[in-house]
Design a binder for this molecule. Structure first.
Ligand code: RIB
Length: 311
């Protein structure tokens, strides 16, 4: 079972010729509203990949809440612990340019009420995988992960958006998923080659560090092993939420018992497929869509541990 405590946002999607520079106004004919938030995106991706998912979060008592609740329940995830806050439902304003790149502003609202107190101890146990992101109050995320580790659950953190994280939480992680910016922020290191930096994090904290590399794929590095996978070639329409699909699908297949390279392979295929339509969740692939395209991407290759370059 996969437990995903996290954010749920109403995404307002604006397709623009180019993203505005600071001080600039750009126009577009209309916008779309779609479900989003890194927490609910990851939960939805995992549910579509076939995992049993429990999502824990907060919505406001407002116009967006009913529609989001309906859409999330249609993915098959359990939303019994999606509580109602006095704050408004979180909104994300997302500009998407012609190349599918985006810029996002989130007003957190009800997400700020989501926390460790919503999760009973019995939910955190061996056999459960807890998947977190960094879009609710960080101290609540850290508390959930540390409690989960102490009670024997598997712990995965996708540290997005980037932020500081205490060593005690890193020590509690089985898997850390980061992009290059997030990896360098965690390590406090701007220069060390990424693979070496990931291995140092893995060794120091006893975790597997997975670094997503956008259209170059991803790598997974443990203390004494490593794998690298490429990305499926797709024509991207919107990259919003691709990292969320990656994290949700990876967690789903690990929870099912696959090993790191096999889960990494499927997550990379799923993340690419999720870029083929606008919106974070609308193009998330089903399990059969992932299986159907898996043969198009070479399986991960094993990496040999490289030494840190001399200063
Ligand atoms: O990762 C994409 C997500 O970031 C969007 O759905 C938006 O809501 C923001 O949380």
């Amino acid at each position: 079972m996969l437990l995903v405590p996290g954010s749920v946002n109403a995404d307002l999607l604006f397709k623009v010729e180019k993203l505005p520079a600071p001080g600039e106004t750009v126009l577009c004919p209309s916008y779309e509203m779609a479900p989003g938030g890194k927490g609910s995106n990851q939960a939805a991706a995992a549910a579509r990949a076939g995992a049993e998912v429990v999502f824990v979060g907060h919505l406001g008592d407002d116009g967006h809440a009913a529609e989001l609740r309906r859409i999330l329940s249609e993915t098959g995830m359990n939303i019994d612990d999606l509580a109602i806050s006095a704050k408004p439902t979180a909104i994300a304003v997302i500009g998407i340019d012609k190349a599918g790149e985006n810029a996002i502003i989130v007003a957190s609202g009800a997400n700020l009420d989501t926390g460790s107190d919503q999760i009973a101890d019995e939910r955190l146990r061996p056999g459960v995988t807890v998947l977190c992101q960094n879009e609710i109050r960080p101290e609540e995320t850290f508390r959930i992960l540390e409690r989960a580790a102490a009670r024997g659950a598997r712990t995965i953190l996708n540290l997005a958006p980037a932020g500081r994280i205490p060593a005690s939480t890193l020590d509690a992680l089985d898997i850390l998923i980061v992009n290059e910016i997030e990896a360098r922020m965690v390590a406090g290191d701007e220069t060390t080659p990424l693979e070496i930096l990931a291995r140092e994090l893995a060794r120091r904290h006893g975790l597997v560090c997975i670094v997503t590399l956008g259209s170059a794929g991803a790598m997974a590095i443990s203390a004494d092993a490593g794998w690298r996978v490429g990305a499926l070639a797709v024509r991207p329409v919107d990259t919003t939420g691709a990292g969320d699909t990656f994290a949700g699908v990876l967690a789903a297949f690990l929870d099912e018992g696959l090993d790191i390279p096999d889960a990494l392979h499927r997550a990379s295929v799923a993340a690419a497929l999720s870029c083929e339509a606008i919106g974070a969740q609308s193009a998330q692939p089903t399990r059969s869509a992932i299986d159907g395209r898996l043969g198009e991407l070479a399986p991960p290759v094993t990496l040999r541990a490289a030494a840190r370059p001399a200063p």
